[in-house]
Design a protein around this ligand. Sequence first.
Ligand code: ASP
Length: 386
Amino acid sequence: MTNMKKMTMIPLLASFILGSTLWSGGFTANAAAAATTSTTVPPSATTITDKSEKPQTNNLPNIKILATGGTIAGSSAVNTDTTDYKAGALGIETLINAVPEMKSIANVSGEQVVNVGSPDINNDILLKLAKRTNELLARDDVDGIVITHGTDTLEETAYFLNLVVNSDKPVVVVGSMRPATAISADGPFNLYNAVKVAGASASKGQGVLVLLNDRIGAARYITKTNTTAVDTFKSVEQGYLGAVVGDQVYYYNKSTHKHTTASMFDISILTQLPQVDILYEYQNNGRYLYDAAVAAGAKGIVVAGSGNGSLSKTSTEGAEAAGKKGVIIARSSRVGSGIVSPSTKDAASNFVSTDSLNPQKARILLMLALTQTHDVKEIQSFFNEY
Ligand code: ASP
């Protein structure tokens, strides 16, 4: 190795070692603090860290962080562990304290809404989170909201909020793929960028946004595409809305679907959502799962159909029998991208097609649609517009 090469490598190596020591040291200390917090704060408690709740007098935007758990609040005793950690282990104060740089771009305060892995986010939590988001956005001293969330079902929560938030102030949902205790954790920078995006005036009116890995995605279009990779959130067909690069927020696209202030869905008086289940198409399937879903009280069934929303003959029997009982059948696809096109035969069987919504997002829209109507044509129009 030449002397020149040695000279350039040494500072690089030193900064990497210093960097990883700083992060793992900081997170180890914070994890210990959080372990204390999580034993004293029940998982469903709401903690307000900024007790003064007074409007700030500087020129920075006032951003509220609503924490729900997930890997971004995940912790493990081993800093190379990226799979066996505990999601939703750290409290909101620990997350905020781990990224003091946020204080130079916003007046940040946090609330713990729940602290769970996102597979455990349910309809009750969705309603609670959405109501709190609307309450906060109605206040003059709140300019934007950041929601920390597990990545597994993040797109479902983001799309739900996209349909029920009644403000054009920015709402940014953020997660991470590596737990807070990991070397090279992606959470801290994602959180910093999410606060940056929530405080940017260009984010107003863009609908609910998803921020991971420097990309800004629309809740309507973005989906998790990889089980473990850091660059898992993609908008395969429609593309990202923008990016955060070098402390600047860039936008290039807009969502063309109705959202937030243009949405007709209102959850303010709802205490529950109708039961909608998802059934998956596969070879040799039977109709019994349709019968079971109807017997269990489903008002809607989303089918993760094969190809362009196809159902086998046996599924069709089950779905048509459910349709005759008033259950709406939404044909989506298990393929992962593309549009499920409408069929002239849909309405007669109480079927709708879900456009480019994947099954899990189609379920969110169908639940909200069923709070308004059971008319199959009206519900199809929601799938065309939202
Ligand atoms: N299982 C975690 C969750 O969704 C994964 C993550 O957050 O990345 O809560």
